[in-house]
Structures are given as C-alpha cells and as structure tokens.
Design a binder for this molecule. Structure first.
Ligand SMILES: Nc1ncnc2c1ncn2[C@@H]1O[C@H](COP(=O)(O)OP(=O)(O)O)[C@@H](O)[C@H]1O
Ligand SMILES: [Mg+2]
Length: 157
C-alpha cells in the first residue's frame, strides 16, 4: 500500500473514513501498530452503547444515530487527550466528529472495479454493493469530510 501523503509522524488523534470496502480497517490497524496509536473500532462502540436504532432490511444494514455516536467519540477523544493517549478511529462515520477535536482525517479510496470485487468477496448483498459503488463514484465521504472542515489526506488502496 502506497501512503505518500501520510506524514512520517502521525498526530495524536487520527480518524479513518471512506466508503465500506475501501480499506479503512486495514490501514487503520497498520498505522496503529506502526505509530503506536490505540485502535478504536467504532462498530464495538455502536454495540457497547446500543446506538443501533434498528435494521434496514432492504439494505441489510444497521441504522446508527450519528449525533449520539459523535458525542460518545468526542468524549473518548477528550479522555484520551487528558491521559495523553493517541488514537486512530476506524469508521465510515468517523468524520461526524467535530473537526476541532481531530488532528488528521484519512479518507481511503479505491477503484470501482476493486471495490466491487472486494464487496462481492465479503458477501455483500447486491443492493448494498451498488449503494457503496455509488457512494464512491460521487466521492460522498470525501466531500462530507472536507465540507465538515477536516484536515483531509486521501489514501488510494
Ligand atoms: N491496500 C490494499 N490493497 C489490497 N487489498 C486491500 C487493501 N486494503 C484493503 N484491502 C482488502 O479490501 C477488503 C476490504 O478492506 P477493509 O480494510 O476491511 O475495508 P473497510 O474497513 O474500509 O471496509 C479486505 O479484503 C482487504 O484485505
Ligand atoms: Mg472496516
């Protein structure tokens, strides 16, 4: 994986966002090991805090309250800063965090062909694959992250 835009020394609070299947978990875990950051899997937090508000059966996906999630992640970041712990937060929703609390936002991107293959391999439902491809084509997450005011670095995977 080429990561030319990732600084040699990562700041204290890093988030990794991007369309599902673009390689967030892979790069977040790798950077956590390399840079000695605590890896935070937002799926665990959603389960732990019961933030899942139901299940969209047509899209076969959980519905999460992003505002509640952002509040919890923001309190986790504040606590980590107090304890001088450094974090890397992995989620396609991580850019909902207040950008003032985040030092760097990594957005993973990949080609549509690779993304379609990866999601097929993961056993994603057809409608969900199409939805994620559309999300990637339109650069929805990248635009959301920039619009929110995050300091964005794009990594092609
Ligand atoms: N840089 C990469 N090169 C090749 N395959 C990758 C790369 N990053 C991720 N993958 C593969 O793509 C799939 C999805 O990656 P993952 O990290 O789970 O994405 P996400 O967390 O964004 O859903 C996995 O099968 C992973 O092995
Ligand atoms: Mg993941």
């Amino acid at each position: 994986m080429r990561t030319p835009d990732i600084p040699k020394r990562l700041p204290d609070i890093v988030i990794v966002t991007g369309t599902p299947g673009t390689g967030k978990t892979t790069i977040a875990k790798k950077l956590a090991r390399k840079h000695n950051l605590d890896y935070i899997d937002v799926n665990d937090i959603v389960k732990e805090h019961k933030l899942s508000e139901g299940y969209d059966r047509k899209r076969k996906t959980r519905i999460v309250d992003e505002k509640k999630l952002a509040k919890i992640l923001e309190s986790i970041i504040k606590q980590a800063r107090k304890e001088r712990r450094r974090l890397i937060i992995d989620s396609h929703m991580s850019h909902c965090i207040d950008p003032k609390l985040v030092d760097l936002c990594i957005v993973t991107r990949t080609s549509l062909r690779k993304l379609a293959n990866r999601l097929k391999r993961k056993g994603y439902h057809k409608a969900k694959i199409e939805e994620n491809l559309e999300c990637e084509i339109m650069d929805i997450i990248l635009e959301e992250a920039k619009h929110a005011g995050h300091k964005v670095k794009v990594v092609e995977t």
